[in-house]
Design a protein around this ligand. Sequence first.
Ligand code: HEM
Length: 336
Amino acid sequence: MDCRLITAAVFAVTLCSMMVVAYSADVNNPGNGLHVGFYNRKCPNLEKIVIDVVAKAVEKDRKLPAALIRLFFHDCFVKGCDASLLLDVTPSGEPVEMLSPASFGVRGLEVIDQIKARVEQECPGTVSCADILAFASREAVALSGLPRYEVPAGRRDSRTSRASDVILPSPTTPLDELIDFFSRKGLSLEEMVALSGAHSIGTVHCSFFDYRMYNFAPGKPKDPSLNEVFAAQLAQQCPAPNTLPAEEAKKRVVDSDPTTPLVLDNHYYTSLMQGRGLMESDQVLAIDPRTRGEVAKLARSDSFARAFANAMIKMGRINVLTEDQGEIRKNCRKFI
Ligand code: HEM
């Protein structure tokens, strides 16, 4: 290994993660009552605490940024960015969001708990869990190599969490429904394609895509849109059904982007154009005429960082609770 290269790479990531970039007018858009600098006076060290806790946790688990970004997506897309996903139990006693099958593999809550514990010591009863999640996911983005964008804040926490409210797209959701789903949350087709770029990091369980190699359709075991060389590589990581003990097969995961699995970059789009998308819901973006132009644009230009940050900021505004709505939880897992 060339140490000069490593030093240069570490320096570049450090520099990148120290910058705060005010992307787009949307950051200062007063919509939904959120604004940048909400905690400047109420809890001035909040962002430092988030940066510190997330950085230490990522040192121990390099795959944590992906988990935190997914946590934010799953929270925001179910009844809004209100930390309902973090609740273990609610007064109604109904099964909570985390118990829904769509929450399979969602993790990273302990880091939110650690941030909350430090923030409660410094500024008790002031910072919502929903805002902590927004800042932590931004930090996850920064630690994955994109510039640190500013986070509008002022969200409050919900008092409910119901597994029955969890309706999220799955890897086999057709594109029409995906587009409709995102548009009902106020997100455009371009924003949907940009946010899907989150799949440039993290891992996917084989069960979400192995049917594309072994059991795609009657008389057609392989998905023709899956690159053949890639399919052969995947088959080594995800063996055919019934060739492994069920418990072991269930645990098998594959990096979403094998070339740069820890870096949020536009390789995801290049891979899609080569038929190397893991999930059908990813691959279709490079095939359908409605989205393939956007995929090609993000693959060839340097606009991904900006498009992704803007779309994350917009996602963070979905159905937020503000002012006297909801509450500020003391413990992110518990309703007061
Ligand atoms: C377009 C519809 C989407 C579908 C169908 C979808 C589906 C999935 C599935 C099935 C996984 C694998 C989970 C596992 O095996 O543990 C996954 C992982 C992930 N998703 Fe999505 N997702 C979508 C959109 C998004 C969006 C909008 C974001 C964030 C902005 C996102 C962020 C992630 C991340 C970061 C991971 C990796 C998590 C980890 O490694 O812990 N996804 N997604």
